[in-house]
Every structure is written in C-alpha cells, then in structure tokens.
Design a protein around this ligand. Structure first.
Ligand code: R2B
Ligand code: URA
Length: 304
C-alpha cells in the first residue's frame, strides 16, 4: 500500500487520524504537554518555523543563537525548556521559531514528530516550515560541506519510507519541498566560508553495518565491498548519509508541512569511517546548518 503527500490549502497542519476528534484530552506524553493541562494555542499558535535536530544540547545552543539573530536576547541569555518535565526531548523557543531535539534514529524522531505535529495542530498553527538540521557522513564531498536534501532515499537508494502498520508494510513517499531546498541554497550564497550543495540523502537504520562501516563490533564485508556500495550510492545521487530523513520527510509530507533537511558532513565516507576531527572543529561544523537556517529565517522575516 502506498500513501501520498498531504496538502492543506488553509496552511493548517493536517492530522490524518479520525480517532483524535473523539478524544476528550490528548496527552503528548514524551513532550510533557497536553490539551487539558496546557493552553497550546496560546503557547504555540504563533510558531512559523520548527527546527529539529538530534542533540538537546545543540538545539539549546541553536535557540540561543536564533534569539540573538532575531534581536530577542543578549549573549548567554537562555529560555526555559518547554518540555521541562520530560527527559526524552528538549524544546526551546526563539520568537516564532520552535527548536526541538529528536534523538538518534527513526524510532526516536517518529515519536517526537507524531507529538509535535499534533501539538501544531492543537495550537492551530498556520504555514509552518519545518527543518531538520543535523550531522551526516558525506559521500565524495569535503568534510564540513552542508548538504540540502532534495530527496531522502532508503538504503536501496529508493525514495520511500516503509512503516509497518498492524503487520503490513505501508510505503510512504519521501519527497521534500523542492522550492524550499532552492530557497535555502540561495541563502547559502551569503555564507561563502563553507560549501553547500543539493543532493540525495540516504537514511539508514544503523550507524555502523547499516552505513557500510568497517569499524563496528560486527562486520561481515570487505573494504572493497564497502566501497563498491558507497560508490553505487554516489552514482545514484547520494551525497550524504544519516539516520532520520526518510521518516521525517514522510511524516511531514503526509501532514502538509513544508519540510527540508540540512546536514553538515563530518567526514567523507569514501575516505574513512572514524570521525577524528577535534571537538572544536566538529562544533564549528555543526554550527554551519544553524547559520544557514538563521539566514533563511531572517530573510523570510525580512530582517536586515
Ligand atoms: C546523524 O548523526 C547521528 C549518528 O551519529 C544520527 O542521529 C544522524 O542522523
Ligand atoms: N551521522 C551519521 O549518521 N553518519 C555519519 O557518518 C556521521 C554522522
């Protein structure tokens, strides 16, 4: 069974679940928020941008950075974690920007996205753009390059996400918003100190064997086989590898959210497997997608 992408002419976030209307209360358990305990329209109704990323620390730093970029706070000033009572995910606000961590891998981001999308729906948010900012392994590109995903593909290089529902495999499209990807690429021209490109992103279920690494606790293939696989990925248009993009693209697409994935490459996987750069270099790399998104949001808000 294949499902297609959703579109809402009203700009509202679509939830495709008839059971939700029959529920008296919706508890967003992993976010420690709920429709009876919180006034979600008042707390979140003006959100226009949602930025998600793996690590809580990075998303906190990104929210601080965004507050400064939007002229909302001085250096070092911090806002509260909106899911303070939950230690699963962290959520911070910077004006119309909501920043949330999603952990590592598809199961973790899926849980967060179900609850986030319901949150945006309950809050009656309109015209929301959602962007995943993250890290990845590059393919045939310089370490530190930023890849804007045009299509998220699975480990067979297909633009699909397979979700098992009641024991059946449901296939979902992983198309992302092409216009948004181009808009982000245009913003990158103002950030000439690192390369930015558009390409396919391969999403895997594992960091080691699943990404063809030779350095996991298990490895059953040769270095030649690894390189042959990664070169086939490159020839199919893949420029980076990470662990969330297909689920992110599928869920956001079905719920009518304009979505983008922007990840920095921490290394070139055709050159090696281990991430050896210093903490300082890696921290600076991780700021690159953040700087690009800040430029994009400032442009959208017509800030000088
Ligand atoms: C990128 O980095 C993480 C693994 O190190 C994973 O969450 C991803 O997609
Ligand atoms: N994240 C991944 O999923 N893979 C890498 O190689 C680096 C970061």
């Amino acid at each position: 069974m294949t499902e297609t992408t959703g579109y809402s002419g009203s700009g509202l976030v679509l939830v495709k679940n008839p059971h939700l209307d029959l529920m008296e209360e919706d508890v967003l358990y992993h976010l420690d928020l709920g429709t009876k305990t919180h006034n979600l329209p008042e707390m979140f109704g003006d959100i226009k941008f949602v930025c998600v990323g793996g690590s809580p620390k990075r998303m906190r730093a990104f929210a601080q950075f965004m507050r400064r970029e939007l002229g909302l706070a001085g250096p070092g000033e911090d806002g509260p974690d909106t899911c303070g009572g939950s230690d699963r995910y962290a959520m911070y606000r910077a004006g119309p920007v909501l920043c949330i961590s999603h952990g590592m891998g598809i199961p973790s981001i899926s849980i967060m996205l179900h609850e986030l999308i319901k949150l945006l729906h309950h809050a009656k948010c309109r015209d929301v753009t959602i962007i995943r900012i993250g890290t990845s392994g590059g393919l045939g590109i310089e370490a530190g390059s930023v890849v804007i995903t045009d299509t998220a593909v699975d480990s067979s290089f297909q633009p699909r996400f397979e979700q098992v529902v009641l024991g059946d495999v449901v296939v979902r499209s992983t198309e992302l918003d092409k216009g948004l990807a181009e808009e982000l690429l245009a913003c990158s021209r103002d950030l000439p100190d690192f390369p930015t490109l558009i390409g396919h992103t391969m999403c895997t279920y594992d960091f080691y064997e699943g990404q063809g690494r030779l350095d996991g606790a298990l490895c059953s293939f040769s270095s030649e086989k690894k390189l042959e696989y990664l070169r086939r990925a490159y020839d199919a248009g893949v420029r980076n590898i990470e662990m969330e993009s297909t689920a992110f693209a599928a869920l956001c697409g079905l719920c009518g959210l304009k979505a983008a994935v922007v990840c920095v490459a921490l290394l070139d996987r055709l050159q090696g497997d281990q991430i050896r750069e210093s903490h300082e270099v890696l921290w600076e790399y991780q700021q690159r997608p953040q700087r690009l998104i800040a430029a994009f949001i400032r442009n959208r808000l017509r800030l000088p």
